[in-house]
Ligand binder design. Sequence first.
Ligand SMILES: [Zn+2]
Length: 323
Amino acid sequence: MNSPSASSEIGTIATGNSDSVKYTGRFAPSPTGPLHFGSLLAAVASYLRARSQDGRWLVRVEDIDPPRETPGAIEVILAALEKYGFEWDGEIAYQSQSRAAHDEAVQFLLREGNAYHCGCSRRDLADVPRGPLGIIYPGYCRDGCDAEDTAIRVRTTDTPVRFVDYLQGPQVQSLQRESGDFVIRRRDGLIAYHLAVAVDDNLQGVTEIVRGSDLLDSTPRQIWLQRLLGYSQPAYAHIPVAVNVKGQKLSKSHGAGAISLEDTSATLAAALGVLGQRPPKELGSLPVADIWAWSRENWNMEVLRGQSAIKVGHIPQARAETL
Ligand SMILES: [Zn+2]
């Protein structure tokens, strides 16, 4: 098969036994603003999971949507990760630098007949049904379209996409019914999120994705692309989403701005507490290196099983907006 998955060999490390692949996890922030507490939870969980598996932990900046990005955010996020004492393996990856691989995957899907050009404008789609994932594309352009400016959509079927999430249990989605054929390259030429994630996780040899459960319902679309592209499927563990005491998802408007770069120990200890790790009280006043040493010894992700949201009380905030 002439598949772009040939590159899946990159990043897999033989560990003496030819069937074994080294555990590879990743943290993939978008440069839309400074690191906030919800992102810190995903970073901490994916980092400790990788370290507890003796694996690699990669950082990848998801910078494929320039209109949504905040200038300077990348530097601020990376500086925060350093301040908190995260140690990533290898160089930081930038999604914008794998554009050639994204394009190759799109062309492969087109060649195989699994993707097609769609000339529908926003107005054409104004009245189509919507679901929790957004519009449910009714397939207007499935048999061809002669528009000049087109998006590219991947074909979906009504075969349910199933996977078992390590923390959230069995999941199922019928893509044709719940999203319809979805966009992999936008009309403006930018690569859509799901395609970029599927390609880059494969390129980097990621074996397990630990991230917030706000992305749980994106996973079947990414698995669908992995299958069509001939990639192997990573494992998934979606950690609960942090909510405030009123049950609202943490966001800038609900008291979750940038995390503090001064009170790193207290913030890191608070993150471990929210992740159900029961750190001893005095941990919050020790240097971050000592907190990590304790965490690596005591990490237990299984306590998060079956929880989709976790309540967060007071957390130290940056004294002034960093961005
Ligand atoms: Zn269309």
